[in-house]
Design a protein. Structure first.
Length: 221
């Protein structure tokens, strides 16, 4: 059986996989998710620890899937348990080398906009939710669940030993692109796959994403 551990991106929770997870289970896979901490002091390291804990609670090899900011999280978690990770999959995911934070990978315009949001917030350690249109979210129920993101998750650098680089990976990216997620994947030697849709491909085209994940991860035992 394929074990998927699905990791959401910034401003989201595990609910972001609500349309994909059932399809994976219908395909014969076991699915696990985790809610990354929204605590103002939480950052990449704590979030990676949460995913490591989830991996520890599963049996057998794991396919780690990270959306957006979750790409950094799953790579750092996988670096800790490379022998347990069957494959890494990034969905419009940020990814880079050891020492790189999300802000290091993002363009200046992105950093400026995010910092301005945080500075206007009552608690500047938290980034308020930006316009849902940036994600491609349209369902009111989804939009209502978005929550502020710890700024530290964007500023804390990755801590990678290099073990993660031996794990095969796939980078799924949306078209048209907003940021060069295909280039992040190619730089790591990952297979790249373009999918027409917005940043939140899991909400827009869940059937396509589920099929790609199942096909990419090998046959279900």
């Amino acid at each position: 059986m394929i074990n998927f551990v699905l990791v959401h991106g910034a401003w989201y929770g595990s609910w972001g996989w609500q349309r994909v997870a059932p399809l994976l289970r219908q395909g014969g896979a076991e699915v696990h998710t985790t809610d990354l901490s929204p605590d103002p002091e939480a950052g990449l390291g704590r979030h990676a620890d949460q995913v490591v804990d989830t991996v520890r609670r599963t049996d057998g090899d794991v396919v780690l899937v990270g959306h957006s900011y979750g790409g950094l999280v799953v790579r750092q978690a996988a670096d800790r348990f490379p022998d347990r990770i069957r494959r890494l999959v990034l969905i419009d995911g940020w990814a880079g080398p050891d020492g790189a934070s999300l802000f290091d990978l993002a363009p200046d315009t992105f950093r400026t906009a995010i910092l301005a949001l945080a500075e206007r917030n009552d608690d500047p350690r938290l980034i308020p939710v930006p316009s849902p249109k940036l994600f491609g979210l349209t369902e009111p129920a989804d939009i209502a669940r978005l929550r502020p993101e710890p700024l530290r998750s964007f500023t804390e650098p990755s801590r990678l030993s290099g073990a993660v680089d031996a794990i095969p990976g796939t980078a799924i990216y949306c078209r048209p692109q907003t940021y060069p997620f295909d280039e992040f994947g190619r730089a790591l030697g990952y297979r790249t796959v373009g999918v027409d849709g917005p940043h939140d491909l899991m909400a827009a085209v869940p059937t396509t994403i589920a099929a790609l994940l199942l096909d990419d991860s090998g046959p279900v035992d």
